[in-house]
Design a protein. Structure first.
Length: 273
């Protein structure tokens, strides 16, 4: 079923539209199918499915003790994932939607393995604590941040795709409580929100819950903060750092997928300040 804020595009000629920006304000999201070309997805997939990334992974348990994997880094770097996080069609879109200069706040790689991949419980990124203190407690005074969800594998309901409560961003920051190793939104509040905010299952092909399917579900998630929303104190994600944008062609033209030297991977237990 087509989502209310769903679009298709030519991956070589994407432009954010006024309607997309209005969808973001009203519904809290917009979905662009075909955002990356098959060749771009293949290059990203080859890069992240390698021990140089996976050795930095740690597990996040859900209430049933299933685990999802998380790899997180502070700076985009110069490898192909860095080219994605710095390219015009990602960064330029965030700047137009948020209305100002943005910088790279961090990138996450979520990994849900076939049959056993755990789920992430209902949450707001601005509201929760999730191994690391999250955006509100990091000193970001306003929720002027944006996340891009880029599937590396096809994401559908059976393998734990993204689910949203459409328009729930307008309810403001809600209480989050510790649940196993994750901190999730107050479930009573979530149930009330479900009564007024459409529950959408966001199924996506590569490039555009609990994984009990025969397929894994990995996704790259670069996050951005407005320069004007620079956190008021230092913490485990970067303060404002000017972002050097690159052309969209840089994803395929990136010559060195092995250089992760500038990324600064987060380490659980050591990056809580």
């Amino acid at each position: 079923m087509k989502l209310p804020a769903e679009y298709s595009c030519d991956p070589n000629n994407f432009k954010v539209t006024d309607q997309m920006i209005q969808n973001y304000k009203d519904l809290g999201y917009f979905l662009v199918r075909g955002f990356l070309s098959p060749a771009e997805v293949a290059k990203l997939k080859t890069a992240v499915e390698h021990e140089r990334f996976t050795k930095h992974s740690y597990g996040l348990s859900d209430e049933d003790k299933h685990k999802a994997g998380l790899i997180m880094w502070k700076h985009p770097g110069n490898d192909v994932t860095g080219m994605l996080a710095r390219c015009e069609k990602v960064v330029g879109t965030c700047e137009k939607v948020l209305g100002g200069e943005v910088y790279h706040y961090h990138t996450k790689l979520f990994t849900k393995e076939a049959k056993t991949g755990g789920k992430l419980i209902w949450h707001q990124d601005y509201g929760r604590v999730f191994f690391f203190l999250y955006w509100y407690k990091n000193g970001c005074l306003f929720p002027d941040l944006m996340t891009a969800f880029v599937p590396i594998d096809r994401c559908y309901k059976e393998n734990g795709c993204l689910e949203i409560l459409e328009g729930s961003h307008r309810c403001g920051r809600i209480q989050h409580n510790l649940q196993t190793s994750q901190t999730g939104a107050d479930l009573e509040r979530v149930e009330h929100l479900k009564a007024v905010c459409p529950h959408r299952v966001v199924e996506m092909d590569a490039g555009c819950g609990l994984n009990t399917s025969d397929t894994k579900r990995w996704a790259l998630i670069p996050c951005y903060n407005l320069k004007s929303n620079n956190p008021v104190y230092e913490h485990h994600h970067p303060q404002y750092t000017p972002l050097e944008k690159v052309p969209n062609t840089a994803i395929l033209e990136c010559p060195d997928c092995d250089d992760l030297s500038e990324k600064q991977f987060n380490i659980p237990g050591e990056d809580k300040t």
